[in-house]
Design a protein around this ligand. Structure first.
Ligand SMILES: [Zn+2]
Length: 180
């Protein structure tokens, strides 16, 4: 496919979005006017099969989503979470790993090159000696949950006791979210 065809595909998709006259279109106008109040923060992988809004059947303004390959955390992610929890009053943070994760797979195969290494290094730190892909995925999620619990344990603006921090693994075939 030519580059211009790809752009056209995006533009056509955007046109369809603008022309929609359903519940989502109404929500678009409503949230633009009244602001967002996402009930949960989801840290998920960038994998194109892992779309939190679809997985949780959520509409515009309901989820504050951070997507990064391998659902790893660094300061940019923590800043985004701090904003949503502190200013938008989201009270649940979910770290969502998934089956068949390429980033976890790359880490288990020894790590990636270039910028990818920043991601696989973090995953390797989380999984340690574990080489089973399912268990490694869980450990990667658990690691991120631990970081969040530590970072937001005593926060001046976020009432920690009201904040629920959880991990889960999404099955890309069945669609099931298994809470850890
Ligand atoms: Zn992934």
């Amino acid at each position: 496919m030519e580059k211009s065809d790809l752009r056209q595909r995006l533009e056509q998709g955007n046109l369809r979005w603008q022309r929609r006259e359903d519940e989502q279109a109404a929500l678009r106008v409503e949230t633009a006017e009244k602001g967002q109040r996402p009930y949960a923060i989801v840290v998920a992988c960038s994998d194109s099969r892992v779309i939190p809004e679809q997985i949780f059947d959520a509409g515009l303004g309901e989820l504050f989503v951070i997507r990064v390959a391998g659902n790893v955390l660094d300061r940019h992610q923590l800043g985004s979470i701090e904003y949503a929890a502190g200013h938008l009053h989201s009270r649940l943070i979910l770290v969502l790993g998934h089956t068949g994760c390429g980033a976890v797979g790359a880490a288990l195969s020894g790590g990636g090159d270039g910028f990818i290494q920043y991601i696989t290094d973090e995953i390797l730190l989380a999984v340690g000696e574990e080489r089973d892909p399912v268990r490694a995925c869980e450990k990667n999620v658990e690691h991120a949950v631990e970081i969040l619990k530590q970072e937001f344990r005593e926060h001046p603006e976020i009432p920690t006791e009201a904040l629920e921090i959880r991990g889960a693994v999404y099955d890309i075939e069945s669609g099931w979210v298994r809470w850890l």
